[in-house]
Structure formats: structure tokens, C-alpha cells
Design a protein around this ligand. Sequence first.
Ligand SMILES: Nc1ncnc2c1ncn2[C@@H]1O[C@H](COP(=O)(O)OP(=O)(O)OP(=O)(O)O)[C@@H](O)[C@H]1O
Ligand SMILES: [Mg+2]
Length: 199
Amino acid sequence: MEGKFVVFEGIDKSGKETQAKMLYDYLHNKGIPVIYTEEPNPKNAIGRLIKMWLVGKATVTSPESITLLYTADRYEHLKKVVNPALNVGKNVICDRYFYSTVAYESAIFGMDKEWIRTLNKNVRKPDVVIFIDIDPEISLKRQRAAPNDRLEKVDLLQKVRKVYTEIAGEEKFFVVKGDRPKEDVFKDVKLVVDRLFEI
Ligand SMILES: Nc1ncnc2c1ncn2[C@@H]1O[C@H](COP(=O)(O)OP(=O)(O)OP(=O)(O)O)[C@@H](O)[C@H]1O
Ligand SMILES: [Mg+2]
């Protein structure tokens, strides 16, 4: 039987990795086979290039290229990591996916959402997308960012959050309020996960 594909989405510092790893431990401790993985994916060259670009160590100048790189990383990640695991019955928890590209590249660079959807036409549909929603101000509190980045960052994350919220309705995301103690957030994550895994 195929594994289940669970995706976490949300703005910067919303707690995706924290919740994804709590979920990994929860399933693993129940003897349910599961892997944790992430986008951009450090296991492949394209993912590593994106990570370098994110910290200013690689130059990519056009927003179209960025969008294409994220998409290429995704297809590689699916082929090499996600699909092989799902096909042998392992469950996959993925920290960020296709929806991050739609939200960020459309909000930050004005990339056309339909173009991004077309590029990603052949990516696998997750069984559930858990959207951890926080206010950008909370994101800032959790960042150790320089104070002069502040206003721009809030504006930008506000736009990203808006796109996420729009897609959340269209794609039936499971929305979780992330501005609470992580154990409380996880109680909500468990609601959808227990249903999906029939726990
Ligand atoms: N519910 C929570 N309440 C308070 N702090 C939290 C909560 N969840 C996570 N954090 C803290 O916020 C920071 C970001 O968490 P985490 O790395 O899980 O988020 P993320 O969404 O993966 O971030 P990024 O977008 O940077 O990858 C960490 O310092 C983490 O300990
Ligand atoms: Mg993270």
C-alpha cells in the first residue's frame, strides 16, 4: 500500500519544521514508517543552489529563474526521495511544497500564479496540506533579523500570507493557528493526522 504524503506550509518561522518533526516522532513512536524531508532539498544540487541563493552566496538574477529552480528542485525531490518512499509504503512528511512557490514567487516577484501552476502540473498532490498560520509580527519576533529589515519584511510576509490564505480555501488546506504553545498547535495537527492514518 502507498504511503501518505503530508505537507506543511506557512510563512517564515511559522513552526513548520517544529510541527513536522513532532509529527515524525509521533508516527515513528507508533511504529508507523515515516520520513521527514524538505524543500528546497539539500540532497540535490538544485536544492543546494537555491539554499545558497537564499543566503546571498549564489547569484540568480531573474525571478523566472528562481521559480524554475524551485520547480526543478521539486521534480528531482519527488523522483529521488518522495515517490520512492511512498511507493514502498513509507509515509512522507514534507516541510514546504508547491504552495510555497505559488505564495512566495507570486507575492514577492509578481510571478503569475497560473504560470507556476502550469509548471507544476505534474507534481504529486499531497494527501493533506497543513497550513500553520501566524501573523507576520509573530514571525518577526521569532527572527533574529536586523531591525532595519523590519517594515519591508512585514509587508512582504503579509502578501505571502494573503496568497496562502486564498489558496487555503481553494485547495482545502487544514488551517492551524500557529501562535500558541507548540504542544497546543500539535493537538490540532493530530486531529487531521489521526483521521488520515486511522489512529
Ligand atoms: N508554537 C511555537 N511557539 C513559539 N515559538 C515557536 C513555536 N514553534 C516554533 N517556534 C520557534 O520559532 C522558530 C521557528 O520555528 P521552525 O524552524 O519550526 O519554523 P519554520 O516554519 O520551519 O521556519 P522557516 O520558515 O525559517 O523554515 C524556532 O526558533 C522555534 O523554536
Ligand atoms: Mg523551516
